[in-house]
Design a binder for this molecule. Sequence first.
Ligand code: AHR
Length: 681
Amino acid sequence: MNRPRISLPPTSLIASAIITTLLCVLMAIQTPLTAAQSNTTGTITVQVDKPGAAIPSTQFGIFFEDINFGADGGLYPERVKNRSFEFPVALMGWQKIEGNGAKGTLTVSDQNPINANNPHYLHVGVETAAAAFGLSNEGFRGIGVQKDAQYVFSVFARRDESSPITLRAELVDASGKSLGQAKLGSFTDQWRKNSVTLRATATEAKARLNVFIEGRGSIDLDEVSLFPKDTWKNRPNGLRSDLVQLLSDLKPGFVRFPGGCIVEGRDLKERYQWKTTIGNVAERKLIINRWNVEFKSRNPDRAAADYYQSFGLGFYEYFQLCEDIGAQALPILNCGMACQFNSNELAPLDQLDPYIQDALDLIEFANGSVATKWGRRRAELGHPAPFNMKLLGVGNEQWGPQYVERYEPFAKAIKAKHPNITLISSAGPSPQGERFDFLWGKLKTLNADVIDEHYYMPPKWFLENAGRYDNYPRTGPKVFAGEFAAHVPAKGRPDRPNNLEAAIAEAAFMTGLERNADVVPMASYAPLFGHVEAWQWSPNLIWFDNLRSFGTPSYYVQKLFSTNRGTNVLPVLLDGSPKNAQKELYASASLDKRTGEVILKVVNASASTREVSIILAGAGKVGKAGKAFVLANADLTVENSLNATTKIAPMERQLAISSNPFTYTLAANSLTVLRVPSSVR
Ligand code: AHR
């Protein structure tokens, strides 16, 4: 890191402060003081002529975890819950409909299923034929449909030759009113996928899907699906557009996926295995989601007995998502350790080969030519060009010597074959303490590339740690701030609030990440998504229901940082001092060599406005057409919600700068980003 101010001896610091103060005085003499400037309570000096470390494009990314209905019920917009009848309670999500005297049976069977990974299906017997026998699906806390939008109803079906049955799929609202229907027929005695499109006649967040069996006899059904046509890029089996749009708007440098603890599983049998998540959707083997039971004992309301992983959103779709939104893929793989908060099951060290092979195969899947086994598989799925993956995580939030013993053979095997892959290793679940120190010590000696630190701490911690990386070693492993969020106590409500207090604290901390881009090349908030009716964890960056979604104040902080990322760090002095976090002000700056702009980020964590004199030291001509983006509110408890999605969101203003230095009034409780066109002298 070549930021001279950090390495200056104390006397030079004093000298630097004196020079800066003189510079202020000289500049102030050149620019007559206005009444406003006379109230100036501080100076912020950006050393424009001293560009330092490059800021990598990866610095601000996102972390997707299948928690809080993040995948099924969220980003993966399948409307039917338990579509394949593979939940252990085989009819969970389904109800029998027997109206108008109709009678029949619903039995889950496993005789000649559609494939071995999907061994159960529904056998429907109709005893008394009438138009009202069938089954109804409740969706994920209801089924969201938009007026005039189209939904593809599809089903694998087979019937006896002697059963002239047709199916009628109908969407109904909570009162049973029809919202559109369509019929399917011509079934044979062989499993075949059939589909038809329904158009919704009204918008409804809590619709149900009824499937009526018309005619007498029996029919087998599996993979009963209702999928919107409007998906991200209109892909069949695609992702929920509004949620991807929110991600895309962040312009994230990377996407870390698919977790989190679900990578580990409660035991190794339930770990995430990428190979079972690609290819034909009907062949992806469903497993329980680790968050299904996680908080059951502590808070029964938060248990989600219906939380499973269908893997409709699998590794191919994750890579595609990354490509779509211009982010680098960062897959995290199980390293032979189940969740240490759960079973702590370990794969014996002499049985790690399949786990390591999964990692090597994944690299081939992502990057290999079509002449390779896994590169060919990628091409078969529709993507002959490599995904050009550069990052890979070995384990999630593991700790202890057991982790080090497993990381080592992974790193050895991967580096031997793919020296250019940057490996992410774990610093454990806390940002300090014995486990943390142990892992850092060991991983350093193993020349780890990047170590993933996690911080779920109160806002105060984030404010106090805004300078955490100012004195981190400049050699050795880099830091990935892989999971962080300021946790404001819940106090009388079930969730920890996603309010401005949390966002401001995170912003203050992030100024420290940006200042130290050479040490912390990657950072991501956690977790990303939460369904308002099916969450296990709070706070989250984005909340949604079956139709709507919104970004939290923390979302806007992430967005302001990621969309205002310069190319190089610029040193900042507060009141002439290199201490960038003081008197409730936190600052970082960068130069965008692509546009010539100076980008200054300042957090005012105090409850009053602060007038500051901003000095762009060494800047040449300062352009008048600057911009200011301000996230602020006098009330720290302010939050967004489904009904007020942007109650708190950044305001954009033109910034007419006529002098250097210039005065700027920082709003109370604010993150301000100033973009000033400049030319370095
Ligand atoms: O983000 C929620 C959980 O927090 C993640 O699964 C885990 O990595 C961490 O403990």
